[in-house]
Design a binder for this molecule. Structure first.
Ligand SMILES: Nc1ncnc2c1ncn2[C@@H]1O[C@H](COP(=O)(O)OP(=O)(O)OP(=O)(O)O)[C@@H](O)[C@H]1O
Ligand SMILES: [Mg+2]
Length: 88
């Protein structure tokens, strides 16, 4: 249902690169419940924002119900977040 493949998120902070998420891989099937745990700054919120595409991953792909989120525009992303499909 949700496939996260080689997802990384890097922020530029001045001259420094912050690697918030490094090469995350996860497959979540329908009905499964996942928790994300980790110390403060581990990248939990960054990973979640990459899964719902509130932020675009620096690398890797996120697919929901077979649709690769990178291919969607903002309106399609909103539909996807609401219902899990890209159009009504
Ligand atoms: N917009 C941003 N610009 C630059 N660096 C960021 C940004 N957002 C997060 N970071 C950095 O990325 C890393 C991961 O942050 P993130 O907020 O994802 O962690 P978290 O696990 O959710 O932490 P917390 O438990 O405190 O909520 C941290 O080093 C943070 O400072
Ligand atoms: Mg957080």
């Amino acid at each position: 249902m949700i496939w996260i493949e080689n997802v990384s998120k890097t922020y530029q902070q001045g001259k420094q690169e912050v690697h918030a998420v490094k090469d995350a891989n996860l497959h979540i099937r329908k009905g499964e419940i996942f928790g994300i745990i980790g110390y403060s700054g581990a990248g939990k919120s960054s990973l979640l924002r990459c899964i719902n595409y509130l932020e675009r991953p620096s690398a890797g792909t996120v697919r929901v119900n077979g649709t690769e989120l990178a291919a969607l525009n903002e309106q399609q992303l909103r539909m996807m977040r609401r219902s899990g499909v890209k159009s009504a």
